[in-house]
Design a protein around this ligand. Structure first.
Ligand code: ZN
Length: 183
């Protein structure tokens, strides 16, 4: 079932999501709905707070372009994006690596806003599947960027927080309009 995506400035987007101690049938249903919702909105990632659930659960799928990364290792083994996406994960821990890289990002909770965001180019993410399997994911490029963006959501952090001061100033009016429309 497609769920409504919550838009900025919904307070749930600023909350730290609760860790998931037990994967209940409701959590499985939520995760399945989030995958459907993300594809419906043509996104490459969606975090539970974006559908109003303050939980450490997110989805990423960048498998539309195998060339958007230069490597992917899962638990030390080489994998393709198609083998692992859509990646549904809970309770992530993130280690940032490599040089910083700037690229344009969007966010499903900000329908009309895009902007350059600088982030580390590589990550090592330790996450858990809904079946309790631990996955250590090492990757770079768009997959690393999307994982960072979604994990930010789980801690109440939004991509606008990572924009330059000049960009923040430039989008001030848009944010104000969003606050009026969705607040
Ligand atoms: Zn987002």
């Amino acid at each position: 079932m497609i769920r409504p995506i919550v838009f900025y400035p919904a307070p749930v987007l600023r909350k730290v999501g609760a860790r998931i101690e037990e994967v209940s049938p409701e959590i499985r249903e939520l995760a399945a709905d989030m995958v459907e919702t993300m594809y419906d909105a043509s996104g490459v990632g969606l975090a539970a707070p974006q559908v109003g659930e303050s939980l450490q659960l997110a989805i990423v799928d960048v498998s539309h372009d195998e060339e958007c990364i230069s490597y992917l290792r899962v638990n030390g083994e080489e994998k393709t994006l198609a083998e692992i996406c859509p990646l549904t994960f809970i309770n992530p821990e993130l280690e940032l690596r490599g040089e910083k890289d700037t690229d344009v990002e969007g966010c499903l909770s900000f329908p009309d806003l895009r902007g350059d965001i600088t982030r580390p180019f590589e990550v090592k993410a330790t996450v858990y599947t809904l079946d309790g399997e631990k996955l250590v994911i090492e990757t770079d490029g768009l997959f690393a960027r999307a994982i960072q963006h979604e994990i930010d959501h789980l801690y109440g952090k939004l991509f606008i927080d990572r924009m330059t001061s000049a960009k923040k100033l430039a989008i001030r009016r848009q944010l104000k309009e969003m606050a009026q429309q969705y607040g």
